[in-house]
Design a protein around this ligand. Structure first.
Ligand code: FES
Ligand code: MG
Length: 591
């Protein structure tokens, strides 16, 4: 059986290899033992893998276990055979020390499964934060026809008559707990209210961001990204996705034809309009590298910074996933960007094989308060700045998250409205922060700059989401809710903080942050994109020598074999946190 360009389906090499009848028999026999027949497996029908990320360990994606039944029906109806298999579980809120550590592990596992088994095309069940990039990275490496299918966001959460966004209410509740306004039970009640149904985080966190960008990249059916998990349309989209992946195998439509440089530039623009997560550059830079596209944090600033924020969703706005979907969802955002002429590549392809312009050109938002018209956005510049200086080579900042309070306090100098300066208060990892943040001896004032280090890919394997640090309780009580934060870790996409984060190289990889001391002055200039510690060069040299003599920046011991392997091989956030050498392997199913 061949597909439309005359290539033999790769599953034939297992199940129908006339040159090697013995191996064929061996490959076939075990797949018969639960009822598949020889006739089916030798019929030439495409074998479609369903890469299953849902399980009891992964509640955000658990609903995929149900939805996959509809996809299997569709694959069968469209003339394919479905083989469902598990992906290494990744639950953002459940994995210690961090789910990010397992993105590359799930990637490696899925590459092996897709490469080593008789799979002609794959349905990627995406949802919770790291599941989406892990699966897209693997599809990029193997480069067999692949279609992502989102589990969808949870329903809106409510607490005392107000929308309670997953993740975002937790950040708020932490401040209330620190200020003594609620107790531990109150904290639990708020947390539970923000998880009202199956599905992933209903805020514009990393999950909504990455599911939307998977569609923008052409890897998910148009309209699929934002349907809430429990809605009937979600089950129907499971069916359409199953149908489509069978067609994609016949068309031999592969990830490298969809995830082009153009598609990534579109995704950067869409990310700004969404107010997408600061994790997106790490993940998209990683997917791009695996598919052979150069993409850097400079591209994020150049292509994405001057794009306005259109979507009014928590953490920076008001609404949640159901509202977004009812207002038109991602298709309406792309439609608005097309109409304004700011989507750079309207001719890029979607998963249907049609162009972006064709697919989304006529779609309009139905609620202009949820999805703003281009002319009256939520914020004028919604993209990321790419900052550098003597503390790091690259770190990003989401300036649209700078709220009035922050702007008024830190950026109000009429002579230099884009710069601020303060004394650094340095924390070595999240545990150090939690122990000391409320210690009056630190003498933190509103114009201090909180610094988190030892929280990058190597320092805290996978990188901790901890750079958005809360002010000490005594300052919160005085009304200071956000302070300038800098760090080599990440920050949750559900946090509205305007930190300078993902600093690369990290302290544990020779970065300048390792040389900073509490009390040093740090200057941030958003206009020149510079962040500098104002410490003389000779003094920095002296500190560097002392650090080297002490054996480098201290990092805690690895607790598992994977942590140790990961630290040996991992690269920095600005280049996607991918494993060294892994990007040498591309398009491997066709070689
Ligand atoms: Fe899974 Fe947010 S924790 S999507
Ligand atoms: Mg997260």
């Amino acid at each position: 059986m061949t597909n439309s360009d005359g290539r033999t389906l790769r599953s034939r090499a297992w199940f129908d290899n006339l040159d090697d009848p013995e191996m064929t028999a061996l490959y076939l026999e075990r797949y018969l033992n639960y009822g598949l027949t020889i006739e089916e497996l030798r019929s030439g029908k495409p074998i479609i893998g369903i890469a299953q990320t849902g399980s009891d360990l992964s509640p955000c994606n658990r609903h995929h276990v149900e939805l996959a039944k509809r996809s299997r029906d569709a694959i069968r109806d469209a003339g394919g055979i479905a083989l469902e298999f598990p992906v290494h579980p990744i639950q953002e809120t459940g994995k210690r020390p961090t789910a990010m550590l397992d993105r590359n592990l799930a990637y490696l596992g899925l590459v092996e499964a897709l490469y080593g088994y008789p799979i002609d095309g794959v349905l990627l069940t995406i949802g919770c934060d790291k599941t989406t990039p892990a699966l897209l990275m693997a599809a990029a490496t193997v480069n067999i026809p692949a279609l992502a299918f989102s589990v969808g966001p949870m329903l809106n959460g409510w607490h005392r008559g107000e929308r309670a966004g997953s993740g975002s209410v937790i950040w708020k509740a932490r401040q209330q707990l620190a200020a003594g306004e609620i107790d531990a039970q109150g904290f639990l009640d708020i947390a539970a209210s923000s998880a009202p149904s199956v599905g992933y985080c209903n805020t514009m966190g990393t999950a909504t961001t990455m599911n939307s960008l998977a569609e923008t990249l052409g890897m998910q059916l148009p309209g699929s990204a934002t349907i809430p998990a429990p809605y009937r349309e979600r089950g129907q989209m499971a069916y359409y996705s199953g149908q489509r992946i069978v067609e994609m195998v016949h068309e031999d439509l592969r990830p490298d034809q969809l995830m082009t440089r153009q598609a990534f530039e579109n995704a950067i623009v869409v990310n700004s309009a969404l107010g997408g997560s600061t994790n997106a550059p790490i993940h998209l830079n990683a997917i791009a590298r695996h598919v052979g596209v150069e993409l850097s944090n400079d591209d994020w600033e150049r292509v994405g910074f001057a794009v306005p924020l259109l979507v009014n969703m928590q953490p920076v706005g008001k609404y949640l996933g159901e509202d977004f979907h009812h207002a038109g969802g991602l298709p309406a955002v792309i439609g608005e960007l097309l109409r304004a002429g700011v989507l750079p590549h309207p001719d890029a392809l979607t998963a249907t094989g049609r162009t972006v312009a064709d697919t989304y050109g006529k779609i309009q938002a139905s609620d202009p308060d949820v999805i703003r018209p281009f002319e009256s956005p939520m914020a004028r510049y919604a993209g990321f700045l790419n900052l550098s200086g003597n503390l790091f080579d690259s770190a990003i900042m989401k300036t649209s998250a700078l709220n009035e309070e922050f702007r008024g306090r830190y950026l109000s100098d009429p002579d230099d409205p884009d710069a601020f300066e303060g004394s650094a208060v340095v924390f070595d990892g999240p545990e150090d922060f939690h122990h000391r943040i409320d210690d009056p001896a630190l003498d933190i004032v509103p114009h201090s700059i909180l610094v988190m280090r030892g929280a990058g890919p190597k320092g805290y394997p996978g990188g901790a989401e901890v750079v958005n640090m809360r002010p000490p309780s005594y300052l919160i009580k005085q009304g200071v809710h956000a302070m300038p934060c800098i760090g080599d870790g990440r920050q949750s996409g559900t946090s509205g903080s305007a930190s300078i984060l993902n600093a690369s190289p990290e302290a544990a990889d020779g970065g300048g942050l390792a040389l900073l001391e509490t009390g040093d002055r740090v200057r941030v200039d958003l206009k020149t994109r510079r962040v500098e510690m104002l410490v003389p060069q000779e003094e920095l040299q002296r500190r560097r020598e002392a650090l080297d003599a002490a054996g480098g920046f201290p990092a805690p011991a690895s607790q598992t074999p994977w942590q140790a392997l990961f630290r040996e091989k991992v690269q920095q956030f600005n280049t996607g946190m991918v494993l060294k050498d892994a990007t040498d392997y591309q398009d491997i199913a066709r070689k």
